[in-house]
Design a binder for this molecule. Structure first.
Ligand SMILES: C[S@@+](CC[C@H](N)C(=O)[O-])C[C@H]1O[C@@H](n2cnc3c(N)ncnc32)[C@H](O)[C@@H]1O
Length: 174
């Protein structure tokens, strides 16, 4: 891949009119409706921070979008393990190399409390619309491998959105 990944992602996700993930507002509304005021929530790679005002106890981080509460790389965010009831990662653990995705998922799972939920959305890169060139094409096998690795439970059906993104929800064991 003859491309400067950091510059590419800065340009792609840093621009103000970036489209917020094509229809993801509906997904945000569904997720927000499942979160209670008592839940302490982390949004990893929040983009335009669409949960702000919809979720009470929210921290939203992003490396490239200044709408975030904290502008930081997922790998540099320093939060204690098991400190969030809900971790959301919609489209943010999706960029080469796969080893980085593995490290990001490891952090996402560790930040979540036992018994907590993890809301995921990934891009299988089937639909070229709004797919960054540096995106890794997630597969169902990847989802099952992570599910097994961390002994997670998939508590909502794995669904393909109308814009061909894969969404699902994990529950972390107690
Ligand atoms: C497809 S967008 C989704 C944004 C938002 N979650 C949504 O659904 O509207 C992916 C987001 O992840 C962010 N991102 C990508 N790599 C990241 C990293 N290493 N650390 C933090 N944020 C990252 C991007 O800046 C972008 O805002």
């Amino acid at each position: 891949m003859n491309i400067n990944k950091e510059q590419y992602l800065t340009d792609f996700f840093g621009r103000e009119n970036w489209s917020t993930g094509l229809g993801s507002r509906e997904e945000h509304d569904v997720i927000a409706s499942e979160i209670s005021d008592d839940d302490v929530v982390l949004d990893v790679g929040c983009g335009h921070n669409l949960f702000k005002g919809k979720i009470k106890n929210l921290t939203a981080i992003d490396k490239y979008n200044t709408a975030a509460d904290i502008l930081i790389d997922t790998m540099d965010f320093d939060a204690p393990e098991e400190s969030y009831d809900v971790v959301v990662a919609l489209g943010s653990t999706n960029f080469h190399p796969f080893e980085t995705i593995e490290a990001q998922i490891d952090r996402v799972v560790k930040w979540c409390k036992p018994g907590g939920r993890i809301y995921m959305r990934v891009n299988p890169c089937i639909n070229p619309n709004n797919t960054p060139e540096v995106a890794y094409p997630w597969t169902l096998v990847d989802i099952f491998n992570f599910t097994k690795k961390y002994n997670l439970e998939i508590i909502k059906p794995i669904t393909v959105t109308k814009h061909v993104r894969i969404i699902w929800t994990w529950k972390k064991p107690l």
